[in-house]
Design a protein around this ligand. Structure first.
Ligand code: FEO
Length: 179
């Protein structure tokens, strides 16, 4: 094994967080679909696919450094939610928790002088900035447009374009920083 046993355990914990996030986002997407929030349903199903992708990245990484990736059991997520705004608040909180967990892994890699894991984690730092910005931007819409039925409908319908705006802004910032 080319990383420490402690690091392998910590990354396996991260695999669990990513799996739980994916599951929670699928549950939210399903609730949205049932209620008729089509934009949000598509948004959360896509978000769930991203979390699944994150989980796989960690699994592949552990296997590549000859550690064992443990596929976790996942707790059943809630099946109903209070409002459209509350699910984005939930999403932001969940992303903030994941960001803190990633930073803890980075700290651990630094302490252990584990350059391989440190370098692997850099992608996740950028990814988490992007995800938090996305949820922040959507939550701002509730303050800007309001929370009545029409405003909520407009926010739901605008999500695909909010995602692509945030993503393209982040991509151009990444390009600027890398110049
Ligand atoms: Fe994989 Fe959005 O944290």
């Amino acid at each position: 094994m080319r990383i420490s046993a402690e690091m392998a355990t910590a990354i396996n914990d991260q695999i669990s967080y990513e799996a739980s996030s994916a599951n929670a986002y699928i549950a939210i997407g399903s609730w949205c679909e049932r209620i008729g929030y089509d934009g949000s349903a598509a948004f959360f199903f896509e978000q769930a696919a991203e979390e699944n992708g994150h989980m796989l990245k960690f699994i592949h990484y552990l296997n590549s450094v000859e550690a064992e990736a443990v596929i976790p059991a996942i707790e059943k997520p809630p099946s109903s939610f209070e409002s459209l705004e509350s699910i984005f608040q939930f999403g932001l909180k969940s992303e903030q928790t994941v960001t803190r967990a990633i930073y803890d892994l980075v700290d651990m890699a630094e302490k252990e002088k584990d350059r391989s894991t440190y370098s692997f984690l850099q992608w996740f730092i950028t990814e988490q900035i992007e995800e938090e910005t996305l949820f922040h931007t959507i939550l701002q819409k509730f303050d800007l447009l309001g929370r009545d039925k029409l405003a909520v409908y407009q926010i739901d319908q605008s999500l695909a374009s909010v995602r692509s705006q945030v993503m393209s802004k982040q991509t151009s910032q990444k390009q600027t920083y890398s110049k």
